[in-house]
Design a protein around this ligand. Sequence first.
Ligand code: C5P
Length: 238
Amino acid sequence: MTRQEMLYEGKAKRLYRTEDEQVLWVEYKNDATAFNGKKKASLDGKAELNNEITSLIFTVLEERGIPSHFIKRLSATEQLVKAVTIVPLEVVMRNVVAGSLARRLGLEEGTPLKEPIIEFYYKNDTLDDPLVTEDHIALLDVATREECQQLRTMALHINEVLKALFAELGVDLIDGKVEFGRDADGSLLLADEISPDTCRLWDHATGERLDKDLFRRDLGNLQAGYQNILSRLRGAHA
Ligand code: C5P
């Protein structure tokens, strides 16, 4: 398999075609962005950390009955994935109040939720990824109502499996974001990445932040937090 022309460059990854139209080549970047690109930095080693963390997480999810677009890790910063058409929605799963939920509803960060909640955000940089309802999603023709229900069910299941996976490592999954794509048959498949860039991860014992809030809020060294997560994952699953 060889890397061919670049199809897309995002904030954290580049996507390339391969000679197989069903397979794409992903290259992780060292770039860290927050607040829809308003805060930026290049952080040495971040690409390697997220590539390996995402690869390990998708591998464990597959073993636990949750398929994804992930095929295999190719190198320190690259992986192969199944080609899907990304649904332009960020599906956020929450277990504990944090971030925009705390701000939007005036709730205290760190308060556990009685049950997990799911939110949809429309992926659109110009609009700053607004929170949308299922009516908005139907209006925008981004997904059908039936697909919204399916996305919700899939996200709740992924959240339960991820919560257990991190609990085994002594880490609390506070919240996280997943994305889905449609395969050639139109079926929804978990895609993109799952890493400390896309999940809030707090050490269970100390509450130490081990995720992108280290960068967003200048709380400490991002690479040290991500390395901590990777070491625990390797200890249990590599
Ligand atoms: O900012 P907010 O509290 O809404 O983020 C909820 C979760 O979704 C966090 O884990 C955050 O890392 C993730 N997220 C993301 N990409 C975005 C927005 C949020 O990965 N564009």
